[in-house]
Design a protein around this ligand. Structure first.
Ligand code: Z5A
Length: 226
């Protein structure tokens, strides 16, 4: 079958990594070849850039610089890992992708939309996700989860976790706006429910796409747009 590219988006602690694990397990049980990956990172070059971004080392150089670094990491990730996996017929599950740049650097970073979309075009080089799951929940619930993750509190929140609650809420709204603008690709799932209930909702959204992939003789949608 043709490969499929599924991305997971949402705020901090929304449950993206947890749901990727659930879905990967369910798909592997059905015999699919699954690749789990994340952004920033996912390839050796992009993982090197991840540390620079999340430690806050690039923050002093401004949001344009950070946006370019996210795009550089994404380009490497797409060409080194995602595209080869899709070409080999695998299902790629990715924790964050281009929509995070639209929201974090574009909306709450106040970068011009033209700048963000020019970087996106170059970075993804046609690799548009077939499906994007947006896990939606109140920002304070997600942040509390993220803080509690390391057994009762993380000593050092990263570059983005330390920002004000209002900024996180603005991102939540921005992800919902994005879903409203691209309802075909982006599906919103209520992230404020038990993990196995969320997993069931996600499986329902994913299975038709895979059945379609198995019977389709057309090329991957992303590759067609390159
Ligand atoms: N960023 C950007 O600015 N621009 C970009 O283009 C890209 C990224 C790609 C990456 O951080 C940062 O980079 C990110 C945006 C920025 N901002 N931050 N911070 P990251 O990779 O370190 O973290 P993250 O992407 O925000 O994910 P996360 O905080 O690790 O959360 P998550 O993956 O969505 O959640 P989780 O790890 O699955 O769950 C969190 C905890 O909640 C964990 O203890 C779970 O056991 C628990 N959990 C999960 N689901 C549930 C449910 N349903 N109920 C209760 N508890 C749950």
């Amino acid at each position: 079958m043709k490969g499929r590219f599924i991305t997971f988006e949402g705020g901090e602690g929304a449950g993206k990594s947890t749901q990727i694990q659930y879905l990967a397990e369910a798909l592997r049980t059905r015999g699919y070849d699954v690749v789990m990956t994340r952004e920033p990172g996912g390839s050796p070059g992009a993982e090197a850039v991840r540390h620079v971004l999340l430690s806050g080392a690039a923050e002093e150089f401004g949001v344009r610089m950070e946006a370019i670094l996210f795009a550089a990491a994404r380009s490497d990730h797409v060409e080194e890992l995602i595209r080869p996996a899709i070409d080999a017929g695998k299902i790629v599950l990715c924790d964050r992708f281009m929509d995070s740049s639209r929201v974090y650097q574009g909306v709450t970073g106040n970068l011009e939309p033209e700048f963000v979309s020019a970087l996106e075009r170059v970075a993804i080089n046609g690799m548009v996700p077939d499906l994007t799951i947006i896990l939606d929940l109140p920002a304070e619930v997600g942040l509390a989860r993220a803080r509690a993750r390391s057994g009762g509190g993380r000593a050092d929140p990263d570059r983005y976790e330390k920002e004000a609650l209002a900024v996180h809420e603005k991102r939540r709204e921005a992800f919902l706006d994005l879903a409203a603008k691209e309802p075909g690709r982006c599906k919103v799932v209520d992230g404020n429910q038990p993990a196995d209930a969320i997993a069931q909702s996600i499986e329902k959204l994913v299975h038709p796409l895979l059945d379609d992939a198995a019977s389709s003789d057309t090329d991957h949608a992303g590759a067609q747009q390159s």
